[in-house]
Design a protein around this ligand. Structure first.
Ligand code: BTN
Length: 245
């Protein structure tokens, strides 16, 4: 295991691929890449999102990347920390270019109630530890039209066309900074995550399998479950068990 390498020490750029996450896993399984390696693409033909959704992204407009992380002695029990690290890296990248964003649990990055970036993390385990984490990141940069009205991009927010190449370097810079600061620092990571959590400590409407209800997000459990105060008791929800209304 080589973990002394910087994130982005090797960047493989592809004009077109089905999904950078698929490609990264294939290379990792073949032993062709190691910790810190990044795959970027101009276009994906089968970009994948969470919950089996597709990830649509116009060609050469946006950041499409997957990052290989080989954590050292990293328990699967801490896997939500990988999501925190990734979300916070995107948040600090956006902050540097003047966009203030929040993290809609578990890992959508939002600007004024619109989604600007998405994350798809796929882990391979070795016993109780994570051997390989495949971190897929899609950030909308210069795309202006979205079939989903609830989406936005850097250029829409800033009202100018962005230099995609510089933004690609900038996100790598922030992944590096955040990796070095937070990746193994569970408490700090969680504290920072809560600072940017969407609807944190706000009473809002949600939906579960029991129907609509009003609740207040109070935190995220060790395992990454969303903690919501409903009628004075705290209920923990898994990814598919709660919907934001
Ligand atoms: C989501 O919000 O649903 C997650 C979207 C993740 C999209 C990225 S783009 C790069 C990487 N390759 C994929 O196929 N998906 C992720």
């Amino acid at each position: 295991m080589e973990n002394n390498k910087n994130i982005g020490h090797r960047i493989i750029h592809l004009p077109v691929v089905d999904s950078t996450n698929n490609y990264l896993t294939m290379l990792f399984n073949n032993g062709d890449i190691n910790h810190g390696c990044v795959i970027m693409a101009d276009k994906q033909t089968r970009g994948r999102g969470q919950r089996d959704n597709n990830w649509e992204s116009e060609e050469e407009k946006n950041i499409i990347l997957s990052l290989c992380i080989e954590p050292i002695k990293f328990s699967v029990l801490n896997q939500f920390d990988i999501s925190c690290f990734t979300s916070l890296s995107i948040i600090s990248f956006l902050k540097e270019i003047g966009i203030s964003a929040s993290i809609k649990w578990p890992n959508d990055i939002m600007v004024n109630d619109k989604k600007i970036a998405g994350i798809l993390i796929e882990n391979q385990l070795l016993g109780k530890n994570i051997k390989f984490s495949n971190i897929g990141i899609g950030i909308n940069v210069n795309q202006l039209n979205f079939s989903n009205l609830n989406a936005t991009s850097l250029s829409k927010e800033l009202n100018l066309n962005r230099n995609l190449k510089s933004d690609k370097s900038l996100i790598i810079k922030h992944l590096n900074i955040n990796y070095n600061t937070f990746f193994y620092n569970h408490n700090e990571l969680r504290k920072e995550y809560l600072k940017y959590l969407y609807q944190y400590q706000i009473i809002a409407k949600y939906k579960s399998n029991k129907g609509f209800f009003l609740g207040e997000i109070t935190g995220v459990s060790e395992w990454g479950k969303l903690q919501v105060k409903v009628d004075n008791s705290i209920i923990e929800f898994d990814n598919k068990e709660i919907e934001f209304i």
